[in-house]
Design a protein around this ligand. Structure first.
Ligand SMILES: C[S@@+](CC[C@H](N)C(=O)[O-])C[C@H]1O[C@@H](n2cnc3c(N)ncnc32)[C@H](O)[C@@H]1O
Length: 280
């Protein structure tokens, strides 16, 4: 068997099970199982694979066939400019969240020193990506999940920003000290109906606590806004990700809590996704 045959086998199994990106998934899993880049595989399609490696690859294809996310199988996800260690205890970083990082870096392009906090740290993808770009910034990461904090610590060590982060295992609405120039948050914001209708590839594999935002989806958004009001300096910025159709109610919460909404950023699907608000 060569790479070409094995990829065809993998793609066919995934296509039969209606996986949308069957060919890309098959390539990613072969790359992972052989520990070779996708480019290397595609440039050497006639290269032979032994039976043991073939069986190992097919076992990964079967896991994907059962809708296990690629990031859980490979235990990593590329976000912004780096690979992050991921498992089923944290949300897999989403591509649209990179836009939050991009806009923060744009807004604060002239700020050399800054103290920021991430409410709902998860894998640490947002905070770590920003601190890697801004070598003199320091940050605090808060998460209710002990396991998420452990994973974020691990990612921070690998990416050499551990010494600039203070980790807090706490609920957002419990005591958090300090005054910050920037609060960033990607809170769980999916409502009850949305959660019940999630695809199995998300619902069966990612933690509910990272996705579900209460019956109306605003439970944690409200907590984040109220906490930000207390811990932000005057003129400090809250940069927060929201779900589909959550713009107007979020703006109302923000204005009722003394914020001026400066900017709303749309994602790749033209959905209002990130709110930037200034504490007055
Ligand atoms: C949507 S995930 C975001 C993770 C990561 N920041 C990202 O963008 O990929 C939300 C995170 O908030 C945490 N979380 C949920 N409710 C919380 C609460 N009340 N207080 C603190 N963290 C909370 C979850 O454990 C989860 O890690």
């Amino acid at each position: 068997m060569n790479y070409r045959n094995i990829l065809l086998r993998g793609t066919t199994i995934l296509k039969k099970n209606n996986l949308a990106n069957a060919d890309i998934d098959a390539e990613c899993l072969l790359s992972y199982s052989l520990n070779k880049s996708r480019e290397n595989i595609l440039l050497n399609l006639d290269e032979k694979v032994n039976l043991t490696k073939f069986k190992n690859y097919i076992s990964l294809i079967y896991r994907r066939r059962n809708k296990e996310p690629i990031s859980h199988i490979t235990k990593k996800r590329f976000f912004w400019k780096s690979d992050f260690f991921i498992n089923n205890k944290v949300l897999t970083p989403r591509f649209e969240t990179e836009l939050l990082v991009e806009h923060i870096l744009k807004i604060f392009r002239f700020s050399n020193r800054l103290n920021m906090i991430d409410l709902g740290l998860g894998s640490g993808c947002i905070l770590i990506s920003i601190l890697k770009e801004k070598k003199q910034w320091v940050g605090t990461g808060v998460d209710l999940s002990k396991l998420a904090i452990k994973i974020a610590k691990n990612n921070a060590k690998i990416q050499q920003v551990y010494n600039r982060i203070r980790f807090i295992n706490s609920d957002v609405d419990k005591y958090i000290d300090g005054k910050y120039d920037l609060v960033v948050s990607n809170p769980p914001y999916i409502n009850k109906v949305g959660y019940n209708n999630l695809d199995a590839s998300v619902k069966d594999y990612e933690p509910k606590s990272a996705l579900y935002g209460g019956i109306d989806g605003y439970k944690i958004i409200e907590k984040v806004i109220k906490k930000s009001k207390c811990i932000l300096k005057t003129k400090g910025i809250l940069a927060m990700e929201i779900g589909i159709d959550q713009k107007y109610k979020s703006i109302k919460f923000l204005e009722n809590n003394g914020f001026y909404v400066q900017k709303i950023i749309k994602d790749y699907q033209n959905i209002d996704r990130h709110i930037f608000a200034i504490k007055l």
